[in-house]
Design a protein around this ligand. Sequence first.
Ligand SMILES: *[C@@H]1O[C@H](CO)[C@@H](O)[C@H](O)[C@H]1NC(C)=O
Ligand SMILES: *[C@@H]1O[C@H](CO)[C@@H](O)[C@H](O)[C@H]1NC(C)=O
Length: 191
Amino acid sequence: MKTVVAAIALPLLAAAAPAAQASIPPSFGVMAVRSGSPIHYAQMNAAGQKFWLGGSTSSYCPSIDGIVCPPGNQTVFASGGNAMDVEVPGGQQVYVDPTGALSFTQAHSASIPAGSAVGGLIYETGEPWNHYTFSGWGATGFMACPTSDNRWQVFAAMQNATVPSGDVDDCLGFSALALTYNGDVPAWQYI
Ligand SMILES: *[C@@H]1O[C@H](CO)[C@@H](O)[C@H](O)[C@H]1NC(C)=O
Ligand SMILES: *[C@@H]1O[C@H](CO)[C@@H](O)[C@H](O)[C@H]1NC(C)=O
């Protein structure tokens, strides 16, 4: 994979205040930083139990009396980054599947493929930005890999990932800024 070029200037984000130090880290959304690339400033979105840069969030909320459905249009990770910020009972876990793809579990299921990395996602506090990363399997954070339908799928940045194009050199390493989310739980469940 190509190396991340550190981006110093983030004018678009200047208005976002860094998170205060707290004992429980906040929920957060992720924005990719890879200057001079098509994924620069792209939002990370959950869809199809995987993650993508750009596109839109895919979510579901049942029509049941007593449930007030959240908008479900923003992808937000729960405190710590190893689960999604959802209302569905049982929650939804985040893991890295054996191909290296960042993934989340289906609602009402704890099923995770054998050989996945569970619990290895990290929320790192920093100044001025907090970051989301993965350091299992010798990975150095995340990379985005092009798909045949013109999307960018998120993988752990490691040479032996099994990526859509078949060649990790097509992938772009990126820095994953963790932007604090303040608000009601954003989704019932992601799908
Ligand atoms: C999500 O939907 C709400 C309500 O429809 C809307 O106000 C908000 O702008 C949307 N947010 C995003 C990130 O699309
Ligand atoms: C990829 O390489 C890492 C580090 O050597 C190793 O831990 C991991 O099992 C490998 N994954 C696959 C799918 O081969």
